[in-house]
Design a protein around this ligand. Structure first.
Ligand code: SAM
Length: 255
């Protein structure tokens, strides 16, 4: 999978792409990240990429010409086929479902804004999608781009050493994941739950499922409305006080 990233600060991407799974995915040929400095596409003498906003007000706005020039020259004939995603706090929220959707593409372009954002005509006439990584405002789109690259890359076939990890991950089935423990069995007097040391696989699977359900109910009851729940799951949740439909009322929220 190839990401073309359009940014004023390509250096931000260097270290995250040089370690761990993202590094390995590139070595395996599963991931290619090509960084394009928008400044290189500004044609004036000083390579200006921003200007003051029409209508006044503080801050600067990223000019449309260098962004259009960069994306059009890099994508060439692929323009119109490759999703061009504008990172913006006003976009649709990035979730695991969106990560799965993006992982189906062979190539994606990401436009990183800075300052007050990009000229509106980029959104209207160049971007094909707008994504926000959460309801907060960052200084630039580079971290959101890295978040997307990271979340999508670990979904690509063969990238994770243990593909089973993907199946259990939080949000994969609409639930938060169960808690994890490793050695020592007792740390400062806090013991690992007995069932995990029992070697009884069916009991462990049952315990983990119930922990995932409990956790989701306690922390993110809103997720239960869309989760794939079996009859056994429903019966267990009811012992916790859950009734289908009233996910939004629970102890966590009342704290
Ligand atoms: N003035 C803009 C607004 O209120 O919508 C925010 C601009 S922000 C300071 C600068 C850039 O950071 C944005 O153009 C966008 O690329 C990026 N950015 C900030 N927060 C983001 C978020 N939650 N998700 C995605 N991109 C974000």
């Amino acid at each position: 999978m190839r990401f073309d990233v359009f940014t004023l600060f390509p250096e931000i991407f260097e270290s995250p792409l040089q370690v761990s799974i993202l590094k390995r995915a590139q070595e395996m040929g599963r991931l290619e990240v090509v960084l394009h400095n928008i400044r290189d596409y500004a044609t004036d003498k000083h390579h200006v990429t921003d200007d003051t906003p029409y209508g006044g007000g503080g801050g600067m706005v990223m000019k449309p010409e260098p962004i259009f020039a960069a994306v059009e020259s890099v994508l060439g004939e692929a323009l119109g086929e490759v999703p061009v995603i504008l990172l913006t706090p006003q976009g649709r929220l990035f979730t695991q479902d969106v990560a799965r959707e993006l992982a189906r593409h062979e190539r994606i372009a990401l436009i990183c804004g800075r300052y007050e954002g990009v000229d509106e005509r980029v959104r209207q006439h160049l971007a094909t999608d707008e994504i926000s990584i959460g309801d907060y405002v960052l200084t630039g789109g580079e971290l959101p781009a890295l978040v997307i690259i990271d979340a999508v890359t670990r979904l690509l076939p063969g990238v994770l050493g243990d593909p089973g990890a993907l199946i259990e991950d939080s949000h994969t089935w609409g639930l938060l994941e169960y808690p994890h423990y490793t050695r020592p069995a007792v740390f400062r007097g806090w013991a690992v739950p007995e069932v995990l040391r029992s070697g009884h696989h069916a009991e462990i699977a049952r315990w983990r499922r119930q922990q995932a359900l409990r956790r989701t109910w306690e922390r993110r009851p809103d997720l239960l409305a869309k989760a794939a729940l079996s009859e056994e799951d429903r019966a267990f949740l009811q012992t916790l006080g859950w009734n289908a439909g009233d996910e939004l009322v629970n102890e966590w929220e009342n704290e």
